[in-house]
Design a protein around this ligand. Structure first.
Ligand code: IDP
Length: 143
């Protein structure tokens, strides 16, 4: 299978728990390679744009409040089947439904504060990667 890329966010709750390294270890242990990475504190405008598809949902304001409440790590993960693999590593949106051993089972407190984001399809991955990274910021494996 060809290499695929997906977009990932370690959300403010998991950054506050000092879990960046532990979460990166999960990605790398599963065979995903971090090919771009940075820490950012999202503006409201940036967070609202990222979650624009949820604009009409009742939780939208709380979601933007949360996503702007502290710094996040954003990264591009590369590997075989990266989109699906990352979603498996993350677990279900609601940590109460997440399988044991997934990131959300281990690090998320609630559906509102659920530790990580991961693209749900190759198309959204491409859009989300471009929303945060220029081509020059992405460093694919060279050897
Ligand atoms: P995903 O992050 O697993 O892809 P989405 O349905 O795309 O889930 O929702 C985006 C984010 O919006 C979730 O990660 C979660 O933080 C928040 N969210 C989704 N549904 C709810 C809800 O019912 N209540 C509160 N927050 C929600």
């Amino acid at each position: 299978m060809a290499l695929e890329r997906t977009f990932s966010i370690i959300k403010p709750d998991a950054v506050a728990k000092n879990a960046i390294g532990a979460i990166y270890n999960r990605f790398e242990s599963a065979g995903l390679r971090i090919v771009a990475s940075k820490m950012v504190h999202l503006s409201r405008e940036k967070a609202e744009g990222f979650y624009a598809e949820h604009k009409e949902r009742p939780f939208f304001g709380a979601l933007v409040d949360f996503m702007t409440s502290g710094p996040v790590m954003v990264q591009v993960l590369e590997g075989e089947n990266a989109v699906v693999k990352n979603r498996q590593i993350m677990g279900a949106t609601n940590p109460a439904d997440a399988d044991a051993g997934t990131l959300r089972s281990d690090y998320a407190a609630s559906i509102d504060e659920n530790a990580v984001h991961g693209s749900d399809a190759p198309e959204s991955a491409a859009r989300e990667i471009a929303y945060f990274f220029s081509d020059e910021e992405i460093c694919p494996r060279t050897r």
